[in-house]
Design a binder for this molecule. Sequence first.
Ligand code: ADP
Ligand code: MG
Length: 477
Amino acid sequence: MDKKNVETVWNNCLSIIKDNIAEENFKTWFAPIKPIKLQEKVLTIQVPSQFFCDWLEEYYLKLIKKVIRKELGEEGRIEYNVILENPHRGERPLTIKIPSQRTESPRNFPVSMPLDIGNNPIKNPFIIPGLKKVVVESQLNPKYSFDNFIEGDCNRLARSAAFAVAQKPGGTAFNPLLIYGASGTGKSHLAQAVGIECKNNFPGKTVLYIQSEIFSRQYVDAVKNNAINDFVNFYQMIDTLIIDDIQFLANKEKTQDVFFHVFNHLHQNGKQVILTSDRPPVDLQGIEQRLLSRFKWGLSADLQPPALETRIAILERKVYTEGIDLPKEVIEYLAYSITSNVRELEGALTSLLAQSTLNKKLITIDLAKQMVDKFVKTTAREVSIDYIQKVVCDYFDLPIDTMKSKTRKREVVQARQIAMYFSKSMTKSSLATIGMHCGGKDHATVLHACRTVNNLMDTDKRFRLYIDELEKKISLP
Ligand code: ADP
Ligand code: MG
């Protein structure tokens, strides 16, 4: 269809939109849009940024769909053409489609996610001959900042070392800084936070974040193209080099060789190196001894899985930055249920939000349970003692601290015994562990509690009712 037609269609759309939203909003969000083309009932519009596109999706999707359908019929669709804010990231404009189905696009639908620059290989990392100053795209994801990194006992040392490095890259004893920990404990986040902070503090310095696998792929390409010198030169001019997941360099001797040279050069010249690994250096099999011994020059700091309070804080932070209102009990439920991996924790939250938006369901604890179930089913989940205590305390309206204290008040004692009973019947924990969690009691006390609860269930109807109700609350669907 011709150009005129595109504009007519878009102008018709605009006139309806104008009537339906405040003038200010119209000016801000619709005036800057340019209609580009109309093809097969798909109208392509150009928007100034990804953020713009997200905003339209979030607040005006329904309206846009309505007017498009009115103008182009049921098959009518719209596509965004985003002008990339950062031209280094790729040549193509990003095209985003709104599905034509009647379902709403969920707010965390991948289309509105920032580009995963971690997986976006650098196009051409080599110095272009004749160019003196090379602009290096840092490949950092701005959301992985220190501000967004929640501090807890699990990460305090690593976080403060990382922060110190970012204030004085290359100028502390922590060089290299090696951050290690299990999957989803925040290694990549923390490593990138150093990069982001370095760039803020020293805008003139070159920072580069790279996955070790990409590093190694680039090296292989360089060998193929006879460009090893360019490759080495490129890496030797970085001021702060962050290599993520170095365990993947295992057994790649040639890549390790070249990394050894790069490392030495950077280190000698007071440049900072930051590495992450999913295991401590001693367990890094397949990595050359001379590299391992270099790692010892700096600091190895570990990240542990976050404790409950930290998990809650991480979720609260995320909920806050997303600007959503989520019942506290749902946050707590998620934090109680997903214990070791922050990525899974965030994933469950994201799916929960998507689910609720898609199906227009309220986010309730039941929906959360279903979500968690889907999410954690691979890792044979069991109810945790923490969770049981929480449900029991909520039920009897007791503060959890009171249950864990030594108090011998009758109603507290009973609630504590009930929590012990469920912990015994619904988890695989030993009597000793259960006792420890319930106010530092020994295994005999737990055994006694289980017997008492069993006896009371046989003799006291009302008590039995409590137990049945609680059991329903605790068991997961
Ligand atoms: P790893 O590299 O150790 O596998 P990531 O750094 O990719 O883990 O973290 C997984 C997810 O969890 C990321 O979205 C990250 O932002 C989040 N995350 C991990 N630890 C924290 C923390 N302490 N505070 C806030 N977010 C965290
Ligand atoms: Mg990682």
